[in-house]
Write a protein that binds this ligand. Structure first.
Ligand SMILES: *Cc1c(COP(=O)(O)O)cnc(C)c1O
Length: 248
């Protein structure tokens, strides 16, 4: 557009900057630098205009958890965004997701072999670069259909790593509780899973990301070695529907 951008920083951009500072301080407390912790700005239910504010503040990594919504928004936003898909993915949505979002950088929510196989096949058939994936682990013990049990993480990580040539196994993800709260126990369980997976695959822990921590607990997650925090409401404001529905 030819019209000049407003010189006044939007509210989401300001919130984003403050999140970055908190991330930086938490990273320092964990003996790391902030560039070792990726911030996924979770923009679900939020309009493209708000996402653009955070993009214009220099951010490039955003997360969505509904295929339909992502496929609608992605083409309206710059192509150098690295999208993370963080929601439950159904097999019949794999093709629209990959076809509609060429700049999809990562699927964080792979929780069974079937979805891994589907992603692998579709990535191969459309001829894009290998897709990074995380294995989602249910660390809370809640009866939820999402995420493998901690005892199953090695098997699925092996399957992705050895049996899916078009996928790049990149680590593990957890949501904690259904209400988006997590505890140090959740984070501890995920890092235990990482130790097992790395041993089984013979890879160093630096090659296995830990995606944990959301608005309520990202600083604690970073102090417990998270490499990828998914932050929604603290950047974009509260969402306008009950949180419960997010999981369905
Ligand atoms: C919505 C969502 C988030 C962000 O939650 P906030 O509490 O708003 O930061 C993180 N991870 C997943 C998987 C989500 O669906």
């Amino acid at each position: 557009m030819a019209t000049s951008a407003t010189p006044i920083d939007g509210i989401a951009a300001a919130a984003f900057r403050s999140v970055l500072q908190r991330v930086q301080r938490a990273a320092e407390r964990s003996g790391r630098e902030s560039r070792q912790v990726r911030v996924v700005a979770v923009s679900k239910t939020k309009p493209v205009s708000l996402i653009s504010q955070v993009y214009d503040a220099g951010h490039r990594c955003f997360g969505e958890n509904y295929v339909q919504e992502l496929v609608e928004k992605a083409p309206q936003l710059p192509g150098d965004i690295e999208w993370h898909f963080i929601g439950n993915l159904q097999s019949n949505k794999v093709k629209p997701l990959l076809a509609g979002v060429p700049n999809l950088a990562m699927v964080e929510s792979v929780d069974d072999e079937k979805i891994a196989n589907n992603l692998d096949r579709v990535v191969g058939s459309i001829g894009r670069k290998p897709l990074k994936v995380l294995v989602q682990v249910n660390t809370s013990g809640e009866t939820s259909k999402f995420g493998v049990e901690p005892s199953e993480c090695v098997e699925l990580a092996k399957h992705v790593s050895l049996g899916c040539p078009n996928l790049e196994f990149s680590g593990l993800m957890t949501i904690g509780m259904l209400d988006y709260s997590s505890t140090p126990e959740n984070f501890k369980r995920l890092s235990n899973c990482r130790a097992e997976v790395c041993k089984a695959l013979g890879i160093p822990e630096e090659q296995c990301e830990l995606s944990m921590g959301m608005s309520a607990d990202f600083e604690q997650a970073i102090e417990m070695a998270s490499t990828n925090v998914r932050i929604g409401s603290t950047i974009f404001g509260a969402r306008e529907y009950p949180k419960k529905q997010v999981q369905t």
